[in-house]
Design a protein around this ligand. Structure first.
Ligand SMILES: C[S@@+](CC[C@H](N)C(=O)[O-])C[C@H]1O[C@@H](n2cnc3c(N)ncnc32)[C@H](O)[C@@H]1O
Length: 302
């Protein structure tokens, strides 16, 4: 399918095959690990759009306007939102008067995003392949997406390819070591005595990056971006016990997948431990304030 957007044409293609980027084609072992990781990611997002939006989606929404500010998104700009999910950034960019192409590898996410925003072009596409003409966009943004790629440098290289010279690429990732919010579910599983699965697909060492300001800066510089800046954003995520629990209960993340395979009494034990640990973050009005942080990085295309 080809979709005309102004003078540009976005070819909506299916699937992905070529894996290139910093250092050229990846070697076979690494390429196999990348494929395995990406397959695993495709599976874990399938059918999870609503559960994601109600839990982690609300968390990720915090950085959405900050990412657009970092990229300088303004009226008339052509913006690519890669891994749009429920379309939070796409909607905000459209409200700024930008022309938005929202892409995601999970069809359910695109269907959900469409319900929030009519004025964007939605396209099913799997990074590191974006069906967009080189240099078409003024900015490419990816809010908590490159941490879901088997080959992050290839994903970054593709984001750089589709942006014009002088345009911006802005991304966010969760930092390591993880802040309290990111640790909470895992601590509840551990306290409930649930053994974490071993041998889950991992990003191969030669394609991975450190989840630190230095690591993310190096990733962006390695993709050819100039004037790279990475800052740590900290905030308290306001939610409530049920909304935050709905993440793993809805199968979100590795722990959500793990919970789905547990017997009812184990799920009840995880829930009890979750509630006990979450009590430490409860406000007097019954809401939760979970301390969290994100790395926000931006660079300019040469
Ligand atoms: C953590 S969510 C972030 C969604 C959205 N950017 C937000 O801020 O809420 C990650 C999103 O990236 C998508 N995704 C993961 N890997 C992808 C890939 N290789 N290509 C395209 N989309 C991908 C998932 O389907 C999901 O919608």
């Amino acid at each position: 399918m080809a979709t005309a957007i102004g003078t540009a044409v976005v070819m909506c293609l299916r699937g992905t095959s070529r894996t290139s980027g910093r250092g050229g084609l990846v070697v076979s072992d690494s390429a196999a690990a990348v494929r395995e990781f990406d397959r695993h990611e495709r599976d874990r997002w399938k059918g999870r759009a609503s559960a994601y939006e109600a839990s982690v989606g609300a968390l990720c929404a915090f950085t959405a306007p900050l990412v657009l500010d970092a990229a300088g998104v303004a009226a008339g700009w052509r913006v690519i939102d890669a891994g749009t999910g429920p379309g939070t950034l796409a909607r905000l960019a459209a409200e700024r008067g930008a022309l938005v192409v929202a892409l995601d590898g999970e069809r359910g996410m695109l269907e959900l995003a469409r319900t929030h925003l009519a004025s964007a072009v939605f396209c099913e596409a799997v990074l590191p392949r974006l069906p967009v003409r080189g240099g078409w966009a003024d900015a490419a943004v990816a809010n908590f997406v490159i941490n879901h790629l088997g080959d992050p440098p290839a994903g970054m290289a593709e984001a750089v390819r589709v942006v014009r010279s002088g345009g911006k690429v802005a991304v966010t990732v969760w930092p390591s070591p993880p802040p309290a919010l990111q640790r909470l579910w895992g601590e509840a599983f551990d306290a409930a005595g649930v053994t974490r699965p071993e041998g889950l697909p991992r990003v191969p060492e030669d394609r991975n990056f450190a989840r630190t300001p230095r690591g993310v800066t190096d990733l962006l510089c390695g993709s050819g971006l100039r004037d790279v800046d990475c800052e740590t954003i900290t905030w308290s995520h306001r939610t409530d016990l049920e909304s935050w629990w709905s993440g793993p209960a809805g199968g979100i993340g590795t722990l959500g997948v793990l919970m789905r395979g547990q017997p009812a009494e184990t799920v009840a034990a995880i829930r009890r431990e979750y509630q006990r640990l979450a009590n430490g973050y409860l406000n007097s009005d019954g809401t939760l304030a979970l301390p969290t942080a994100a790395l926000l990085a931006v660079g300019t295309v040469p």
